[in-house]
Design a protein around this ligand. Structure first.
Ligand code: CDP
Length: 236
């Protein structure tokens, strides 16, 4: 790698701070922020909306292959990092509902669904100047990424963060339910056969349990600066 990393992959379990870090990094570097979780959520939302049984793997695969899905810069200034449209409909906040949250890991475990979305994701990633977030970016989607980060934190801490996030948006949720939902999703994401959640062998693992987002961002900026200096040194 020469100079700044052109492709940054960020993976990790639910509510580990991936999106918050990615948004700051992308803004700092002038890169695109690409949240692959939104794509799995969009397919899940569409299936629930159309009444497609989530257990019908073939139907779910066809849906992922054919879905009219767009991720755009924010169209409303309500704190959203991007706008997601499914068949022209703004589903940005609907993707965060407990129904989608409860079903998404079942959908994302289907190899056909992953194949369909992975293709779209890789095309975007290969353009470069991108911070891409998900579960399998460093391992499957962009194994050639210049910088791979794996964010982790205690289950309780992550549940607390998600709880606070939802409360801040005015939603009435119970901490226990959030914790259980996260735990269930992590188990499915780690246990599936295709592209399970795990750090790539060359990923830098950051435990963010005792760090706030500004501290994580600072740490990663230092990592990038070090990496730039090392490559300049080797090259020179
Ligand atoms: O924000 P949070 O970490 O809670 O979730 P997300 O990143 O939006 O991902 C939602 C779900 O999509 C995950 O629990 C995975 O089941 C799936 N996913 C995946 O399988 N692969 C990815 N690259 C991204 C998300």
């Amino acid at each position: 790698m020469m100079g700044k990393p052109l492709r940054i992959a960020i993976d990790g379990p639910a509510a580990s701070g991936k999106s918050a870090l990615a948004q700051r990094l992308a803004a700092h570097l002038g890169y695109a922020y690409v949240d692959t979780g939104a794509m799995y959520r969009a397919v899940t939302w569409a299936a629930l909306n159309k009444g497609i049984p989530l257990t019908d793997e073939d139907a779910m695969t066809r849906l992922a292959e054919s879905l009219d899905l767009d991720i755009l810069p924010p169209t409303v200034a309500d704190g959203r990092p991007y706008t997601v449209q499914v068949e022209g409909m703004d589903v940005t906040w609907a993707l965060r509902s407990p129904e989608v949250e409860a079903a998404v890991s079942q959908v994302s475990a289907y190899p056909g669904v992953r194949r369909a979305l992975a293709h779209r994701q890789r095309q975007i990633g290969l353009r470069g100047r991108v911070v891409m977030v998900g579960r399998d970016i460093g391992t499957v989607i962009l194994p050639e990424a210049d910088l791979k980060l794996y964010l982790d934190a205690d289950l309780k801490t992550r549940a607390q963060r998600r709880y606070q996030e939802l409360r801040d948006r005015g939603e009435i949720v119970s901490f226990e339910e959030i914790l259980e939902a996260i735990q269930r999703r992590d188990a499915l994401d780690q246990g599936r056969e295709v592209a399970p959640l795990r750090p790539a062998p060359d990923a830098i693992v950051l435990d963010t349990t005792a760090m706030n987002i500004e501290e994580v961002f600072h740490r990663v900026r230092l990592l990038i600066e070090e990496q730039c200096q090392e490559t300049t040194h080797v090259a020179g």
